[in-house]
Ligand binder design. Sequence first.
Ligand code: PBG
Length: 340
Amino acid sequence: MTLPTFPGPIDRPRRLRTSTAMRSLVREHTLRPADLVLPMFVREGATENRPVSSMPGVEQHTLDSLARAATEAVERGVGGVMLFGVPEHKDAVGSGATDPEGILNRALARLRSELGDSTVIMADLCLDEFTDHGHCGVLDDAGRVDNDATLGRYREMALAQAEAGAHLLGPSGMMDGQIAAVRDALDSAGHQDTAVYAYTAKYASAFYGPFREAVDSSLQGDRRTYQQDPANGREALRELELDVAEGADLVMVKPGLPYLDVLREISGASPVPVGAYQVSGEYAMIEAAAANGWIDRDRTVLESLLAFRRAGASTVLTYYASEVAGWYRDGLPPHLREFL
Ligand code: PBG
């Protein structure tokens, strides 16, 4: 019995999958703790941590527990932390965002004084955590988000965050011209070295659901007049061109797994490093399925993070950052060795 030779000898890709050693030799992408960024929530006036029920394992921190958890994450080797503030009082213009004594700015100053330049301290630059209506900007008389008036607030917010000690600011409000406005405000005040991580392709996504609980937001309406339509890919490239021209140092695609195609395209076209954000709803889905015993949690986590690397992300924002960095630091357990 001879094997068929037409149209040619059988090609056997399985040869490269025969053993752990062979698979390891030909593996194209890997994860490093330094690729991962941990998003963290800090709550004003809190005396103890509060769990976020839709994100098991994630909490609203006090200033002290934030400092402890961030230090632990940095010791495990994460690339950075991204801070979100949960203020005690919200108002129409998000005053807490620009107050140097506001919770986010205090938290940035605290981490910078404790961690110095040993990690990259990032700040969400957006008003939604601070406004009583929950929108990312200020509203005009008709109740619409006023793009250009919002840019004025972002300029002030950028200065407050840079002065508090943030290394990298993440404008996430999807206002037109926001990167140029922030860059100009920083440069005019002597903060040339404060970098900008643009949320470039940010979609109006249902996957942000649990985040609303994490920042106590009660959004009135939706964000579809400023965040991108999930049906569209092309405008992500336009946003990329604009953000790079306006001075973005890094660019991000968000959410993550449902937008891997966008990530792939952006990473192919971008002259600056590209990141992806595995958002709250993605985290919640993995946790919920794992809690039901329907998936292998740890392997699903690493597979999903690796997918971002394969699609072109150099950094990944993920609520799993500290935990996963710990796995790598301690040596991956046998059931996860395929991710080494
Ligand atoms: C805006 C912001 C949001 C998230 C990060 N920055 C919410 C939104 O745009 O509605 C969501 C992150 C997540 O869901 O994990 N400040």
